[in-house]
Design a protein around this ligand. Structure first.
Ligand code: S6P
Ligand code: ZN
Length: 186
């Protein structure tokens, strides 16, 4: 029998804790290629945390047939007009899908297919989002509080960050007078 350890506590809405939880935080200094307003980026405190991810990886990366899950918490804030957001990625195995469920806060799931068509889905508590294979995904916090969501993805999906870091998404999500605006990237 495979020995799969489980987290001691899993509380949706707060934290994912336990001995086997992998934790990553992404600070402004880690997100140099992500935000489009270069000048605003340079003026930011590089040690400021933009988001944190806590993941439970019960099988080895690359295992076919397993699932991983994790909670992402994105802090409120902007770089220039652009909302704090995740780096974003395609799955390395392009056909692998994923599900996001929003726990708290307000945000947008930003999606882009391989032809660089970009669209968004509104994230609010309880919203469930199916991300098909071949679609890059990133999330932005458009609210005043922390955006928290739960993700479940195949253990052989992998992450391809390079394409996004080189070319970005074709559109960016900025704070407009009447709320979020999805506009073409300059
Ligand atoms: C993994 C899943 C999420 C993200 C997390 C951070 O497939 O999509 O757990 O890893 O939201 O985003 P990123 O783009 O920095 O991995
Ligand atoms: Zn993913």
């Amino acid at each position: 029998m495979t020995d799969i350890s489980t987290p001691e506590v899993l509380t949706l809405g707060t934290e994912l804790t336990g001995k086997d939880i992998e934790r990553i935080d992404r600070k402004i200094k880690d997100l140099a290629d992500i935000f489009s307003d270069r000048q605003a980026y340079l003026e930011m405190d590089k040690s400021r945390v933009v988001y944190e991810v806590a993941s439970f990886l019960p099988v080895e990366q690359g295992t076919t047939g397993g699932l991983f899950y994790g909670i992402t918490k994105i802090m409120p804030g902007t770089v220039g007009d652009e909302y704090f957001m995740t780096k974003g990625h395609f799955h390395r195995k392009r056909d692998r899908a994923e599900i996001y469920t929003t726990i708290s806060g307000e945000g947008m799931l930003i999606l882009m297919d391989e032809q660089r068509n970009t669209w968004v889905e509104k994230m609010e508590p309880g919203s469930v989002h199916y991300i098909p294979g071949h679609v890059a995904h990133r999330t932005a916090n458009t609210g005043e509080g922390v955006l928290v969501f739960w993700a479940v993805w195949p253990s052989d999906a992998g992450h391809d960050y390079e394409i996004i870091s080189e070319n970005g998404f074709s559109k960016i999500l900025v704070k407009g007078k009447n709320g979020p605006l999805l506009i073409d990237r300059q």
